[in-house]
Every structure is written in structure tokens, then in C-alpha cells.
Design a protein around this ligand. Structure first.
Ligand SMILES: Nc1nc2c(c(=O)[nH]1)N[C@H]1C(S)=C(S)[C@@H](COP(=O)(O)OP(=O)(O)OC[C@H]3O[C@@H](n4cnc5c(N)ncnc54)[C@H](O)[C@@H]3O)O[C@H]1N2
Ligand code: MOO
Ligand SMILES: [Mg+2]
Length: 425
């Protein structure tokens, strides 16, 4: 069926969608499961770090004043009256010209205000007593990490919305968070449409193809951090497809469909949205691939009608679904990271729609070069392999020449090996 379609700009499409995203639910989960999730609470220091003055090295805790006149010519001797490792506390009293043998991380004994490393003293034994000889002046607080030197109680450590990186996990553990509040993972159902579709384990038949989009989309959903649910594939039959969609809406938070969203005789998604009474936010975007991408809302639930063409489906997800899922998960910066790069080939075909070209970045020195990663067609699947960014070419009558500076959207955070074998010389 033919429906009225007005292509809107990608930016407008994203705005329309993002206006409709409510805040996600939150839950408390064990820290061990929290990596990669998004904080639903500010983390505030509930103690000083360190919580006590700590020795930074293995050696001797001393009173710095005792070394005031120590020199190579007239070194001083301190008697060693105790011995502690990390985790132990010296409970005695230290007097003038005494020292405590102390290990890295141990709490500084009361009365001691500096430490000296093992390598910097000479150890002596006299009449069954242990002594150290020091031949230089030691400053107050030398080699001691003072209580609160890193963080003082009450400091805001990490803001709500941050992704819990391994570093943040370490921080949370330091402050005793065995559980942490995070955004709940939405469940996203994937429903493929098309009478041509076979299951992936079925042998090919004439005119048929395997349902690759569902699996690709589920991997994209999981990569973002949401839960993916495979809802199967549908024949291009309106009544059955409508019933399947109704059922899907009871099973998941968001439904993504692929295919059946254009103007063909068997493209039933527009009719399904109408029958459901869903609010269609838009049904055409001035982008290629993915121009037919349609997004609707039924109550609080999003229905993403992605194109059936694999590259279009992939890009529709990254540009439109990803920010919604990230926002629901609690991320306040849900968009793809963008940077600039140099075009390594001509794109001189004029296009009224923004082109999004799959690319694999080539880094040479400080320059990043981009060109099409294989077949630049909506139907292409192989161009998605190795793709680590999308080149964004807004409409332009003259197209784009090799050497132009263009925007790219990053899809991967994988880097390149750097040369670790250099020095500053
Ligand atoms: N007269 C017009 N025809 C088309 C237009 C148009 O504006 N006027 N738009 C074209 C564009 S652009 C695209 S993109 C496609 C989008 O079509 P649909 O989203 O309706 O998708 P289908 O027609 O169902 O399938 C398109 C293509 O993708 C293959 N496909 C579908 N599902 C899967 C899947 N799960 N895994 C792998 N491949 C899949 C399907 O076999 C088709 O080849 O419409 C153009 N036509
Ligand atoms: O939507 Mo189509 O992908 O523009 O080729
Ligand atoms: Mg179609």
C-alpha cells in the first residue's frame, strides 16, 4: 500500500524519537555484575582514602625529627622496637630514637611521621637488639600517604549516568559498594518479516534467503547492553503479522521489525501501525540507506520499523535505536562518537539524501582516511564486516571529492597497537 511519506532530516528524526524516550527503571545489582551498566546514583565518598596514614614503601617508620642532624659523616642510630606488615597495627608507643620496621601499605604507628626505605638504611645488631643507621635528614611526611590524600569523605566521585568501567568497579569496591543502583536493561524483541525468509539453519531454496537481519540486530542490541529476544519471522500476511505484533508487544519493552516497511504490495508494517492505533513519528528519513525507516509509538512502547535491506537495517539501529536503548539504560551521552577524517575516494554522485557509508578507518600518522568498505549498497551485508565507522555525507549537488574533510561516526572502540619500544630520545 502507498502511504504519504515526507522525508525528514536525520537530526529531526532523532529529535522526534528522543523526545519520546522516558526515563528507564532502576534496580540494585551486585557489583560483580555491574561492569558495563550505567550508574543510577551519584557515588559519594563515604570515607577518606586512604582511611589512615600509610607507608608507601617497605622500610622503617620513624620520627623525622630524630634525623635532623644526620649526615654521611655523622649518621644516627635508631633502635627497631616493632615490626608490622600491611593489615597490622602497631599498638605500642614509640620513643625518641626508635623505629618500627614497616611494610608497604601498613598504617603508620602512632608517633611516627615519616618512613625510610629498606635500601636507604644500614641494619645493625647489637646485644640482641636491632638498629638502623640513617645518614641523611628525612622530612616530615616523607614517603607517607596521608589520610584523605587521595579523596576526602563527602567528595562526589562519579556522577549518575556514567558507564561502570573496570576502574569504576574498583572505586566502588574501595568504598564498600557490594551492590549498586543501575538502569534496568530493556528487553528488545526482534521480529523479521518476509515470506522469502528461511531460518539460518535451513538449506537455501529457490527465491529464498536466510533471516540474517534478526541475528545481526540481536547482536547490536546486546552490544549496546540491552536484552534481545528473538521473536521469529513472519510470512508477508497482514492478519498474522498484526497478531504477531500484538503478541510481541506483551512480551517485550520495544519491538524492532525488519522489512515490510516500504511501499511494496507486501509491505504491511504501515497497515499494522494503523490497526494498532500507534502514533507514527515519521515514515521516511532523508538518508541512504534506510530511507524507509519508520518509527511508531504505542503508549510507552517504541516500534522501530527498520528496512529489510541489511545495511539499512544495521544503520537504522545504530542511528535511531541505539540512543533510545542507551538512554533507557541510564546513559546521558547516548550518541555515537563523531570525529573528522579525510575522504580517500571520490563520492561525486549528487544525492538529495544524506549518505551513510560503511568504512574501515585507515590511520596514517595523525591522519584518518576513509573510503567505502566494500559494496556501498543498502542490500550489502559484506560491507558491514570490518566496518568501524560510518562516513556522513550530507546532501550536496557536487558530491564529495577525494581529500575532503568529512564527519564520521565511530562504531568501534578498538584501537591499533602502538609502538611501545620508543623513548623520548
Ligand atoms: N517503489 C519503491 N520501492 C522501494 C522503495 C521505494 O521508495 N519505492 N524503497 C526501497 C528502499 S530504499 C528500501 S531500503 C527497500 C526497503 O524495503 P522494506 O523495508 O519494505 O523491506 P523488504 O521489502 O521486506 O525487503 C527489502 C530487502 O531486504 C531483504 N530482507 C528482508 N528481511 C530480511 C532479513 N531478515 N534478513 C536479510 N534480508 C532481508 C529482502 O529480501 C529484500 O531484498 O525497499 C526499496 N523499494
Ligand atoms: O532505504 Mo533504502 O536503504 O534507502 O536503500
Ligand atoms: Mg519492501
Amino acid at each position: 500500500m502507498l502511504t504519504d511519506r515526507r522525508a525528514i532530516l536525520i537530526g529531526e528524526a532523532i529529535e522526534k524519537i528522543m523526545k519520546e524516550v522516558g526515563t528507564g527503571r532502576v534496580e540494585k545489582i551486585p557489583l560483580i555484575k555491574a561492569g558495563g551498566r550505567y550508574l543510577a546514583e551519584d557515588i559519594i565518598a563515604n570515607q577518606d582514602v586512604p582511611a589512615f596514614d600509610r607507608s608507601l614503601y617497605d622500610g622503617y617508620a620513624i620520627m623525622a625529627e630524630d634525623t635532623r642532624f644526620a649526615t654521611k659523616e655523622s649518621p644516627i642510630e635508631l633502635e627497631v622496637v616493632g615490626h608490622i606488615g600491611a593489615g597490622s597495627v602497631f599498638l605500642g608507643e614509640i620513643k625518641q630514637y626508635q623505629a618500627i620496621r614497616i611494610m608497604t601499605g601498613a598504617e603508620m604507628p602512632k608517633g611516627c611521621n615519616a618512613m625510610i626505605m629498606l635500601e636507604q638504611v644500614t641494619e645493625l645488631e647489637k646485644e640482641d637488639k636491632q638498629f638502623i643507621v640513617i645518614d641523611k635528614q628525612i622530612q616530615i611526611n616523607e614517603k607517607v600517604l596521608k589520610k584523605g590524600a587521595e579523596i576526602t569523605k563527602g567528595t562526589l566521585l562519579v556522577e549518575k549516568g556514567a558507564q561502570i568501567t573496570p576502574g569504576i568497579v574498583g572505586l566502588l569496591a574501595t568504598f564498600g559498594y557490594s551492590e549498586v543502583m543501575v538502569g534496568v536493561k530493556p528487553t528488545v524483541g526482534v521480529l523479521a518479516t518476509g515470506s522469502e525468509l528461511l531460518e539460518i539453519d535451513e538449506p537455501l531454496e529457490p527465491g529464498k534467503i536466510r533471516n540474517s537481519n534478526s541475528y545481526m540486530l540481536m547482536a547490536q542490541i546486546e552490544k549496546v547492553g540491552a536484552n534481545a529476544l528473538y521473536l521469529g519471522k513472519l510470512e508477508d500476511r497482514l492478519d498474522e503479522s498484526y497478531a504477531a505484533m500484538k503478541k510481541a508487544l506483551t512480551q517485550v519493552d520495544i519491538v524492532i521489525t525488519t522489512g515490510g516497511v516500504s511501499v511494496g504490495d507486501f509491505d504491511f508494517l504501515p497497515d499494522i501501525y494503523e490497526r494498532l492505533g500507534a502514533k507514527v513519528l515519521f515514515n521516511k528519513i532523508a538518508m541512504r540507506p534506510g530511507s524507509v525507516t519508520t518509527v511508531a509509538k504505542l503508549g510507552k512502547q517504541f516500534l522501530f520499523g527498520l528496512s529489510g535491506n541489511p545495511s539499512a537495517s544495521f544503520i537504522g539501529f545504530e542511528l535511531l535505536v541505539r540512543p533510545v536503548l542507551k538512554t533507557i539504560l541510564g546513559n546521558e551521552q547516548p550518541y555515537l562518537v563523531f570525529r573528522q577524517a579525510i575522504l580517500a575516494e571520490d563520492f561525486i554522485v549528487p544525492n538529495a539524501f544524506t549518505q551513510l557509508i560503511r568504512t574501515k578507518q585507515k590511520v596514517e600518522g595523525t591522519n584518518v582516511y576513509v573510503s567505502s568498505n566494500g559494496l556501498n549498497m543498502s542490500s550489502s551485508i559484506t560491507s558491514l564486516v570490518g566496518t568501524d565507522a560510518l562516513i556522513v555525507l550530507p546532501p550536496c549537488d557536487d558530491g564529495y571529492k577525494k581529500g575532503s574533510i568529512v564527519d564520521i561516526l565511530l562504531l568501534s572502540d578498538e584501537g591499533q597497537k602502538i609502538n611501545y619500544f620508543t623513548t623520548c630520545n
